[in-house]
Ligand binder design. Structure first.
Ligand code: MN
Length: 228
């Protein structure tokens, strides 16, 4: 028995300072996980449990680089995020056990067709086409957690053509990484190879063709993306 077409390639991320790759199964994203960003999107951060959406694993742009301006949008937004890569999984994971599942961390971009997302919200439709489009998830190389240390108050930021657009702290997350893993694991069974984009600080905004984004988290390899 063989496949009737060639099997699609396995999505993966580079590992910082190594030729090894991290194979990716699923890509989860947390919505509105920084209070100031929830407010800028018109929501009350105090009343919301974390909620999730997904991007396809092949929407990753490993290591960044130049990507074409996506189709069907006039309002492409940047969201810089800490990305967590899981080496273990399970259901109903306790907060205290969650960090043992984390293999490493990276800087990612949750690129968003904000106009499509906004129209979907108004009509009560899925966000899918605003969030889960091709090349919507550029992600830098993973650093093993031991090489990064504790997720604490490291700076997370983004510049566009050298101008600071987003500037926050990982400690500004409403739901911490272990809490996020714990809640997500009540909804789906997590597994090795899963990534979680953990939400963005405030300052999201539009990007145009020709602009260069540099996304950073202190202690991680920066992610540079140019919009073609
Ligand atoms: Mn996001």
């Amino acid at each position: 028995m063989g496949y009737v077409i060639a099997p699609p390639p396995q999505s993966s991320l580079p590992v910082a300072g190594s030729d090894d790759r991290f194979p990716v199964r699923r890509v989860y994203c947390v919505g509105r996980n920084y209070a100031a960003h929830a407010r800028e999107m018109g929501h009350d951060p105090d009343r919301e449990a974390p909620f999730f959406f997904q991007k396809p694993a092949d929407a990753l742009v490993p290591g960044g680089g130049t990507i074409p301006f996506p189709p069907a949008t006039a309002d492409l937004h940047h969201e810089v995020e800490l990305v967590v890569a899981l080496q273990g999984g399970g259901r109903n994971i306790a907060d205290a056990a969650a960090m043992d599942l984390v293999w490493g961390v990276a800087v990612g971009l949750d690129l968003t067709r904000r106009d499509l997302q906004g129209a979907a919200k108004k009509q009560g439709r899925p966000w899918e086409m605003g969030k889960a489009f091709d090349r919507s998830a550029p992600c830098g190389p993973l650093t093993p957690l031991g090489g990064f240390g504790a997720i604490a108050d490291q700076r997370i930021g983004l510049t566009v053509d050298g101008e600071i657009r987003q500037d926050g702290r990982l400690s500004d997350m409403i739901w911490s990484v272990p809490e996020t893993i714990a809640v997500l694991s009540t909804l789906v069974e997590l597994a090795p190879g899963d990534l979680i984009f953990t939400g963005t600080p405030d300052g999201v905004g539009p990007i145009r063709p020709g602009q260069t984004l540099v996304a950073t988290v202190d202690g991680l390899v920066p992610l540079t993306v140019t919009i073609g």
